[in-house]
Design a protein around this ligand. Structure first.
Ligand code: FES
Ligand code: FES
Length: 153
């Protein structure tokens, strides 16, 4: 099976079609930026993009991925050594505490900003409401998404 992840083609042999994308990313491909939280589709820690849509990789079986799908993980946000505006903003505003939820938060934030260039606070709340942060960084996350919107090209 071929996977297009972060604009790179990976060839994977003998993958169980029921295996979840999260574990292929982490265990087979070493892309460990995508995190395991609840494992049940609730917390958003495992969020990646499939064809630009935020997707919970912990509940996405490999059988759901089509050959021409494009997958983006947090490792694919930066380009040519430059941080993505969302990454810049999260650092600038010192958003993370433990950091566990952050790759999922940034993937959801990026998907939002690619679809809505100047989101309202309500847009941000709505898009991010299913990304849980057990450290309670929600206010700084919202501020960082607003900041990233200004940094986006
Ligand atoms: S680890 Fe996937 S939603 Fe929680
Ligand atoms: S920073 Fe700790 S869970 Fe979000």
């Amino acid at each position: 099976m071929q996977l297009n992840i972060n604009d790179k083609i990976y060839n994977i042999d003998q993958i169980d079609s029921n295996r979840k994308l999260l574990w292929v990313l982490r265990d087979e491909l070493g892309l460990i930026g995508t995190r395991y939280g609840c494992g049940a589709g609730f917390c958003g820690a495992c969020t990646v993009h499939i064809n630009g849509q935020p997707t919970r990789s912990c509940i996405t079986p490999m059988s759901a991925i089509a050959p021409d799908d494009t997958i983006r993980t947090v490792e694919g946000l930066s380009e040519n050594g430059n941080l993505h505006p969302v990454q810049q903003a999260f650092i600038e505003l010192q958003v993370p505490q433990c950091g566990w939820c952050m790759s999922g938060q940034m993937m959801s934030a990026t998907a939002l900003l690619e679809q809505t260039h100047n989101p309202s606070r309500e847009d941000i709340r709505s898009a991010m409401k299913s990304n849980y942060c057990r450290c309670g960084c929600y206010h700084r996350i919202a501020l960082a998404v607003e900041r990233a919107a200004k940094l986006m090209p």
